[in-house]
Design a protein around this ligand. Structure first.
Ligand code: SF4
Ligand code: SF4
Ligand code: SF4
Ligand code: FES
Length: 954
């Protein structure tokens, strides 16, 4: 294994839109490149590396260091190759005595103000300044070190992950430009002039207290050791690397895990990563420490009762015990009395094996996944309207959009790398309209300003989308040609009559949408008139009682305006977890086999029955909420939960806890003893993404390879566990590798028929469908025709939620995520990310705070009709009066103790986003929180190791 270093071409590729090329001659070699390519890049394309310092191919050329000088026949002077475009017929010389002398002079100046501690420097061997000194043959510095210099400039170590050693800075401004161009945060500036110029994070602030969001783009761009990962300083430079996929959000960034032995030194985002183009966020780049955290459980554990201490056992015992418990339950209570939940954090192959275990070894369809509680309405809504349960575009599509309609998503926190791409497009001149109860960052931050923000009340999405469509139809702004060519006439005519009804007019619902009907109309007009309008949305759309209705409403809007089937348009779900798309694709729903085929279809059932050798059930199994209800009723007795902390993440915690408490056998497979494990009888350890071999599927349907950077810490692949339980239950399942599992998936699932590890390894990630009709995958769907044929308009009647604000519960609580934490926090809370956000807080508008005498930092109780919890308050301008907000990253916060049982009418996706609550100052924890602390004491005990019986010698 070797350390993979991507070639740096010095300047970005010319825009892909142009087709014109130019041919020039560089050092005697002809090279043909796209018009707009720099001479520096053209030279690198034929293997000639021109010395450079201020240039790198992730940033626009800047032309400040003057190291990349070249000579061009017929032109005066020595132009910088990074800023000079290649032109037809140029004859370029990159090396001669004159150029070398000039470059040496430049390097002398740099080195005369640079510490000469190369041997002990953390970047030794990985420093472009050092490389350039060698490249130009610098042997001597004439100026000495006696004059004014920056050698004692202070080092900023405030950021937990990287340091800023100012004495080593050459003021090339690559970091500043990376923060602007790649990340779009504009946290850094070059302050001062001439000799005084230096890099600053804000006005005399350290990195930790600045606007910096710790994405690491500046660290990656820095050519010296000035900005450097602390892990490199501590462990040393990496020796080899493994390309893999991030285990956090649905963007699915590709990284090179740079390793020393089996220790990760740093994660470097891959420029060839098709979802991230070399960028990352703080989670993917830095928050990998959880995978080797001391809290990880590496041996299986059993206990008879949840009050017993856990007892470590060998795998053989754990597997046979699990199988026996499940079989005993089925014997006593019937075949359908057990089931399981697959994980969106495991690979497609691992998910596939778990759902197969349930369908073939448990012999029922009681399988569900966490998408139930996040994007199940996306699957339903897009399938109903377009014919496929997935987003329509690739991420790159946003580069061509003219207007983004962002609804119920907060990408700068939840999908940061895609947010950077959106911000770049906004800087290029596109427009954004934000529909969100809060003033999220995309409404207004430096260099981002939404043209319209509609601060709708949580629960009003469908009223909003109907008002948009009503305006477009009644003001004759629809793309009638598109509709008549591409959409089903009968469904459209019926929908048209519905949408024209004045009850859908902005004026009729403006009180729910921020109060300004004309603004709603203006937003709708802008969307309709934009040449290319795209819709991006998140859980603020789906986690509602009308989540599926809203997804269909957005699909209607996109069809009405002709915004499906081309770049820059589409209906784009920003999916939460790394493999939530994949877990749905792999047949994790109780009504669908892999590839979204209903279990009632005879042909599909026969296919799986024949392939698996077990007659498949035509009746859908339990959804997660049905599992809980059946457990409380006593009909559902055994459950396998993989990589999902339902006791923390699912709504109405006390109901979930009552259900789990009622199970005869709960098996939890996870990295850590999570909240759900407090109710478990069997704990099976799992593997982190750094140990996995398989694929994740991101929000753009992209299958990316996950490759093991280190050996499994549990002694097995995670898929082997479900396979062995199946075998122990009498079902003969056998695989030798995850590649074999993918081969079976491809053989049985038409949308994956062209996928194999071999192809992914050779050709890179691919977007499904990958099959005979689309051998190289499908970046944009529904181009000439919808998957279902004609686009299907659906009636989207606005039905207000049953969760009403009352005098007793006058505020609406809505929930979401924060950048530094992820989901239930199991991973990020075990990293330094905690420094930014150690606990959940309740954001409240000043008016509501004043009414209740709440001040910043006060402990407050939050009461709903479901329960009560406490957390600290933050009075926030982001909120509107009447709405409060929190996250659910910390179990003690108990955010889901107060959320309700209401859910989406079609899919049972919980209505997390609307809970009527009252808040007020308190001085003590809630009853549930006290119980939580007691459970931490009572239910997580490990048995004392038995003392060895010493042999006595006489
Ligand atoms: S910190 Fe690094 S990238 Fe930034 S100006 Fe200094 S040397 Fe250049
Ligand atoms: S880490 Fe990211 S946000 Fe922070 S200064 Fe560097 S580029 Fe900007
Ligand atoms: S944006 Fe998402 S996938 Fe990319 S590094 Fe961050 S958490 Fe990972
Ligand atoms: S690399 Fe061209 S001027 Fe610095």
């Amino acid at each position: 294994m070797s350390l993979f270093k991507e070639i740096d071409y010095g300047t970005p590729a010319a825009p892909a839109t142009g087709t014109e090329t130019v041919t020039l001659n560089i050092d005697g070699q002809d090279v043909t490149v796209p018009k707009g390519t720099s001479i520096m890049r053209a030279a690198q394309m034929v293997g000639t590396t021109i010395p450079k310092l201020c240039a790198t191919d992730s940033l626009e050329a800047f032309g400040s260091c003057r190291l990349c000088l070249v000579e061009i026949d017929g032109r005066r002077g020595t132009p910088a190759s990074c800023t000079t475009p290649a032109e037809e017929g140029l004859i370029v010389h990159t090396e001669n005595d004159k150029l070398n002398k000039l470059r040496k002079g430049v390097m002398e100046l740099y080195i005369s103000d640079h510490p000469l501690d190369c041997l002990t420097c953390s970047a030794n061997g990985d420093c472009e300044l050092q490389d350039m000194a060698g490249a130009v043959g610098l042997r001597d510095v004439r100026y000495g070190y006696a004059g004014a210099n920056h050698l004692d400039a202070p080092t900023d170590t405030s950021n937990p992950y990287f340091q800023f050693e100012a004495s080593k800075c050459i003021v090339c401004s690559r970091c500043v430009r990376a923060c602007e161009e790649v990340q779009g945060t504009f946290a850094l500036t070059i302050s001062g002039k001439g000799f005084e110029s230096k890099v600053s994070a804000g006005v005399e602030e350290d990195f930790m207290n600045s606007e910096c969001v710790s994405c690491g783009a500046c660290v990656q761009a820095c050519p010296t050791a000035t900005l450097m990962e602390k892990s490199v300083a501590e462990i040393g430079t990496p020796e080899h690397s493994v390309e893999t996929t991030c285990a956090y959000c649905g963007v699915g960034c590709t990284f090179n895990a740079e390793m020393k032995g089996d220790q990760v030194v740093r994660m470097v985002p891959s420029k060839s990563g098709k979802a991230n183009d070399g960028h990352s966020c703080v989670k993917g780049r830095f928050a990998f420490g959880y995978s080797t955290h001391k809290d990880r459980i590496l041996k299986p554990m059993l206990r008879e009762k949840t009050s017993d201490p856990w007892r470590e056992v060998e795998w053989e015992e754990a597997i046979s015990y699990t199988a026996k418990r499940f079989m005993d339950i089925q014997e006593q209570y019937g075949r359908k009395s057990i089931g399981g939940i697959t994980s969106s954090r495991t690979t497609n192959e691992e998910v596939y094996v778990v759902q197969k275990m349930i369908r073939a070894a448990f012999r029922n369809n009681n399988v569900d996944t966490c998408a139930r509680v996040c994007h199940s309405p996306t699957g339903y809504g897009l399938n109903q309207t377009f014919g496929t349960s997935a987003g329509t575009q690739d991420f790159a599509s946003v580069d061509e959009t003219d207007l983004m309609l962002l609804i119920g998503a907060n990408p700068t926190d939840a999908h940061p790398v895609f947010a950077s791409r959106m911000k770049r497009r906004l800087r290029e001149g596109a427009e954004i309209i934000v529909c969100d109860p809060r003033r999220i960052d995309m409404v207004e931050t430096p260099h981002v300003k939404a043209s319209i923000h509609l601060p709708l009340l949580p629960g009003s999405n469908v009223a909003l989308i109907n008002a948009f469509a009503h305006t477009i139809v009644t003001e004759d702004l629809a793309d009638w040609d598109y509709v008549s060519e591409r959409c089903d006439k009968e469904s459209f005519d019926e929908w048209l009559a519905f949408i024209k009804d004045p009850k859908n007019a902005p004026e009729a619902v403006a009180h729910l949408l921020g109060g300004d009907a004309e603004l709603v109309r203006e937003a709708a007009r802008r969307f309709a008139k934009a040449p290319r309008g795209s819709i991006y949305y998140g859980l603020g759309v789906t986690e509602h009682s009308q989540g599926s209705t809203m997804v269909m409403g957005m699909a209607n809007l996109a069809m009405l305006t002709g915004n499906i089937g081309m770049n820059g348009a589409g209906v784009n779900p920003l999916r939460g977890q790394n493999n939530v798309q994949g877990s749905c694709d792999m047949g994790s729903f109780p009504h669908e086999f892999p590839g979204y085929r209903h279990v009632s279809r005879d042909d599909v059932r026969k296919q799986f029955s024949d392939a698996w050798g077990v007659e498949q059930d035509a009746e859908p199994g339990y959804r997660i909420p049905n599992m809980f209800d059946a457990a409380i009723k006593g009909d559902y007795k055994g459950m396998f939960v993989q990589g999902e902390d339902i006791a923390q993440s699912d709504p109405d915690t006390r109901h979930v806890e009552a259900a789990l408490e009622n199970l005869d056998c709960l098996v939890v497979q996870d990295l850590f003893l999570n909240e759900t494990a407090k109710f478990a009888h069997i704990f099976l350890p799992g593997t982190s993404f750094l140990e996995k071999d398989g694929t994740f599927t991101n929000a753009e349907r992209r299958l990316g390879r996950v490759r093991p950077a280190m050996a499994s810490k549990i002694g097995k692949h995670e898929w082997e566990v479900a396979m062995e339980i199946s075998q122990a239950m009498g079902y003969p399942m056998h695989y030798n590798s995850s590649s074999e599992i993918m081969d079976e998936i491809a053989a049985l699932t038409p949308i994956f028929s062209g996928v194999s590890f071999e192809r992914l390894d050779n050709e890179g990630s691919m977007q499904w469908p990958v099959n005979d009709a689309a051998p190289n995958g499908t970046p944009i769907m529904h181009i000439d025709t919808f998957v279902r044929g004609k686009g299907n308009f659906k009636i989207t009647e606005f039905v207000p939620t049953e969760e009403k604000v009352t005098k007793k519960f006058p505020l609406i609580l809505t929930t979401g995520r924060i950048l530094s934490q992820y989901n239930v926090g199991a991973q990020t809370r075990r990293t330094e990310n905690n420094q930014w956000f150690p606990k959940d807080i309740l954001e409240i508008h000043e008016e509501d705070a004043v009414d209740r005498n709440v001040k910043d930092g006060d402990l407050i109780k939050i009461i709903s009709r479901k329960g009560e919890t406490t957390m600290h308050a933050l009075v926030s301008e982001r909120m509107q009066p009447g709405v409060v907000y929190t996250t659910f990253h910390n179990p003690l916060s108990g955010a889901n103790v107060v959320t309700t049982e209401f859910s989406d009418w079609a899919t049972n996706c919980p209505e997390y986003k609307v809970t009527a609550v009252q808040v007020g100052v308190t001085d003590s924890m809630s009853e549930w929180q006290m119980q939580y602390l007691a459970y931490n004491e009572d239910r997580c005990k490990l048995a004392e190791p038995e003392e060895a019986d010493e042999e006595v010698t006489h």
